[in-house]
Design a protein around this ligand. Structure first.
Ligand SMILES: Nc1ncnc2c1ncn2[C@@H]1O[C@H](COP(=O)(O)OP(=O)(O)O)[C@@H](O)[C@H]1O
Ligand SMILES: [Mg+2]
Length: 227
């Protein structure tokens, strides 16, 4: 997914949360796994330009998230576990349209893009519905709509299915994996989902422990959990 890190350290407060992280990823889909507190979210936020490195170099889609965060944010979408963090407008359609602010589309084009996206994510019938009154699964689909309406080249999703029941989790995952020309970095505790990715990265104690085929990396993680 065009991600290159070399000798990266991230210090937050008193902690070196990531240490000596070097990585070169060019797969379409990559899983990020590891125990709570191992540094997965920090890694995801670093890629998305939401926090900066303390040391080392980072390139995402050829850009430096430290100095080119705005360009990077135009080309990437970030998805969280809690969709409430991303829903800002009162109705479903307005919320998706909000993601296109500043894009320069005229009102007809904007409406078309919003409708196409709502159709794709099965929310067309709820276009005028209050966005805050949706179910948890519908809210995550709305957050996905807001991400995908901008046609991102890279989607960084930090445990996007963590709060969902099995049916909704599968539905959201299917959308994330459907090839629409985007690349995907998926932080997840769902090891079955991790194995749907082309490659996987295992974090342990702020460092990368293994990178490779998801089957191998998941097996290593399971061995680690037995210790
Ligand atoms: N803002 C912060 N200040 C200090 N420590 C932090 C901060 N954010 C995260 N940490 C610490 O960094 C470690 C890794 O956190 P995180 O990246 O959220 O891990 P994960 O997503 O794998 O659970 C944890 O020990 C956490 O307490
Ligand atoms: Mg996390």
């Amino acid at each position: 997914m065009s991600i290159q890190l070399s000798g990266v350290r991230v210090r937050l407060g008193e902690n070196d949360v990531l240490r000596n992280v070097s990585l070169d990823l060019d797969a379409r889909t990559g899983a990020v796994i590891g125990e709570n507190g191992s540094g997965k979210s920090t890694f995801a936020r670093l890629l998305g330009g939401l926090i900066s490195r303390t040391e080392g170099t980072v390139r995402v889609l050829g850009l430096d998230p430290g100095t080119q965060a705005r360009q990077l944010r135009r080309r990437t979408a970030f998805l969280f576990s809690n969709p409430d963090a991303q829903i800002v407008m009162p109705t479903v359609a307005e919320d998706v349209a909000f993601s296109l602010r500043g894009s320069g589309f005229g009102p007809d084009e904007l409406k078309d893009r919003v409708n196409t996206t709502l159709n794709r994510f099965g929310l067309a019938a709820l276009a005028e519905h209050s966005s805050h009154d949706l179910s948890g699964g519908q809210k995550q689909l709305l957050a996905l709509s807001g991400s995908f309406v901008r046609c991102p080249e890279l989607v960084i999703a930090d445990e996007p299915t963590a709060f969902l029941d099995a049916r909704n989790a599968r539905h959201v995952a299917d959308h994330l994996f459907r090839d629409t020309g985007h690349r995907l970095v998926l932080v997840t505790h769902d090891l079955t989902l991790a194995q749907r990715c082309d490659t996987a990265v295992l974090f342990a104690d702020g460092r990368i422990r293994t990178v490779g085929a998801p089957g191998t990396v998941v097996a290593e993680y399971e061995r680690m959990l037995e210790c």
